[in-house]
Every structure is written in C-alpha cells, then in structure tokens.
Write a protein that binds this ligand. Sequence first.
Ligand code: SAH
Length: 214
Amino acid sequence: MGIGMTSQRTRERLIQRLMDQGITRVEVLEAIRSVPRHLFVDEALAHRSYEDTALPIGYGQTLSQPYMVARMSELALARGKPRKVLEIGSGSGYQTAILASLVDEICAIERIKPLQERARKQLRALRVRNVRLRHGDGLEGWPGEAPFDLILGAAAPERIPKTLLDQLAPDGCMILPVGGDRQRLMMITATPEGFVEEVIEEVNFVPMISGVAR
Ligand code: SAH
C-alpha cells in the first residue's frame, strides 16, 4: 500500500477540510484523525480513503462520507455524551469505530452477514471493546438492550420507524436519514411533551431495508 496515500499529512488535509465545512468539535475531529479509515475499505481503494467521499464496501453498500460521519457525531454529542447507543447499519464498522471513542457503549446492527463479520474482525483488530455487533434487522431495534440515549441510522427508512422511537430513553434522541428519492437527515428528540423533529440537511444514504441478508 502506498504509504504516502495514508500518511499523516493526507489525514490532516481531511481534518482541515472538515473544519472548513463547519465541523468544530475537538473530540470528533480527534476521532477522525485517529481512526484509520483505510483499514475499512478494500486495499484497492485505500489510496482514496482520506478523501471526503463515500466509498464502496461491497454488496451495493457504501462507507459513509467523512463529513457525514463527523456531522452525525457532532449532533450526537450536542446534548452531552450519550451512554448507550444503538447504531443501525454498521456496514464496514468505520462509523462504529468513530462513535466508540465518543460514547460509553454501542449496540450495532447490520443486516448483511459478511459485512457484519468483517466489521467485527476490524474492530477487534483495532481493540475497540465497547461495541456489540449483531446480524439482524435494525428496523426492529434491539428490544433486549433498550432504552437507548441515542439511536443513529446510517441507512434511510421511508418514514421514521415507530418501533425505534419506542426504544428511546425518556430524553433520548435519534439521528437518521429519512425519505425515498429525497432524503433528509433528521434529529428526533424525546421530550416530556412528545417527540420533537428537526430537519438538519438534505442527504443521500442507501435505503434501510427490512429483513436480513446472508
Ligand atoms: N456507517 C457505515 C455505512 C454503511 S452503509 C460505514 O461506515 O460503513 C449502510 C448500511 O446499512 C449497509 O451496510 C446496509 O446493509 C445497512 N442496512 C440497511 N438496512 C438495514 C437494516 N434494516 N438493518 C441493519 N442494517 C441495515
């Protein structure tokens, strides 16, 4: 692997770019600086891993764009550090690794078995210990582990899934893309008066699909 492509300087350029795009939280920038994104993609794509773009991870899925991972992480921390997090669509495990350094505990669900297995291997190699990965349908949530302070989706359901709202802690929040052709990143906060929905920005994620794939 061309060492230059994954060098500290290349990574610093990405951090600078994220700062230019308005990412300000030091913990988030530090997490992106320290997690080796090139280990989460195919070797043939490693030279592009510190570009601010989504990259294919196989099975028609993509590793999220660093800006989006950073933005969602900032939103996740906006109301203090979440203790228990449910991540839906862990894919390569990259975003999981970033989040793992920012929160106490993550339960992560992925519907494509080989991706889930690969992510598990990678997270173990990086000695990330506060993550539990499960092969399953994230639209069902993880009832046995609920409630969650934060639910984060990396794939877009057509509508906000009620099942997931039910698994939020009383003051929890959910951050996920919602919609079909036109998707919007949404932040839904549980309050004593009910759920408050906020549209963050237009986004483009893979769809959240029900059921599992082997
Ligand atoms: N954050 C991931 C992004 C992966 S793309 C990364 O950094 O690699 C989104 C992932 O969501 C895909 O792997 C897809 O298989 C998964 N997904 C889609 N619908 C799902 C569902 N219902 N349950 C669990 N995972 C789902």
